[in-house]
Design a protein around this ligand. Structure first.
Ligand code: SAM
Length: 271
């Protein structure tokens, strides 16, 4: 237990330093241009987020976003007219999102606050949609965080979350750099993710591991769409360009099974 709380503290410290994607902005922090740069970058490189989240379908619906980070997706819920609530582990994320809402004169969210995904401060069976993108694999007890997200969704409501794929080109790249090229090829993909992907203790899951976890929860219609990201290619030299061309082709043929992002959706059953 102590180890988990120490690890969570490290995760928090990491994300307090900088919220996700904000390293892409060059303009003054919290200026309109800064947020524009973050948003432009995110949806240029991860356009599939729109087809996954389908923000505009949630007008008037109660949405909870867990781990809103800099708030780029969260403001889409507000723009779409959703009744949106959100939590993040860090004050930094809350400040990013609060400034963003002010700058764009967006309608106020129902609630945004600092809280822990593993202990959500909401009663059960509340939300039409529970959404979490690239968050729960950072929390020490990911299964507990998934259970919490499902708990607060109303029966008949939807779950949408993105978890990292351990068996992806992205993780293989990290393994090559941190394990193979440093003379320790016996290290695993799990190790590479845990020690060298963003905050300490990051995890990644195979499709069958995700299905196993979700099968224990009151869910039906589980779907996993895997997406390739900017880091699912061989980096380091222009010489790899032809290889990357082939890789992209193979990715398309294999329905991007080796992509880094598992975009998971499901519906909560009446348990
Ligand atoms: C990779 S960022 C993703 C942020 C945002 N969802 C996005 O896609 O840009 C991970 C975020 O998860 C948050 N986080 C990590 N563990 C958490 C926890 N236990 N509870 C709430 N938020 C958490 C971090 O503070 C950070 O903002």
């Amino acid at each position: 237990m102590k180890r988990e709380s120490e690890l969570k503290e490290q995760v928090k410290e990491f994300w307090e330093r900088q919220s996700c994607d904000t390293d892409q902005a060059r303009s003054t922090k919290f200026s309109r241009e800064y947020f524009e740069e973050v948003e432009r970058w995110r949806y240029a490189h991860q356009p599939f987020i729109h087809s996954f989240a389908q923000f505009t379908r949630y007008r008037g619906k109660k949405v909870l976003e867990v781990g809103f980070g800099a708030g780029t997706d969260f403001i889409q819920w507000l723009r779409a007219g959703a009744v949106a609530s959100g939590i993040d582990l860090t004050q930094e994320a809350l400040e990013n999102l609060s400034h963003r809402i002010q700058i764009y004169h967006l309608p106020p969210p129902e609630s945004i606050r600092v809280a822990d995904a593993e202990n959500l401060p909401f009663p059960s069976d509340q939300f039409d949609l529970g959404y979490s993108f690239g968050v729960l694999h950072h929390s020490p007890n990911t299964e507990r965080a998934v259970e919490e997200l499902v708990r607060v969704i109303r029966p008949g409501g939807e779950l949408k979350m993105m978890l990292y794929n351990r068996r992806s080109i992205a993780v293989f790249n990290v393994w090559v750099k941190q394990a193979l090229l440093r003379g320790r090829p016996w290290r695993s993909l799990r190790w590479a993710l845990w020690h060298h992907m963003e905050s300490a203790g990051t995890k990644g899951y195979t499709r069958s591991e995700i299905l196993r976890v979700l099968s224990r929860l009151p869910l039906k219609d589980v779907q996993i769409q895997t997406e390739a990201t900017l880091i699912d290619q061989i980096v380091g030299s222009k010489l790899f360009r032809p290889l990357n061309f082939l890789l992209r082709f193979a990715m398309r043929l294999s329905d991007r099974r080796l992509g880094f992002f598992h975009c998971i959706s499901a519906r909560k059953t009446a348990s």
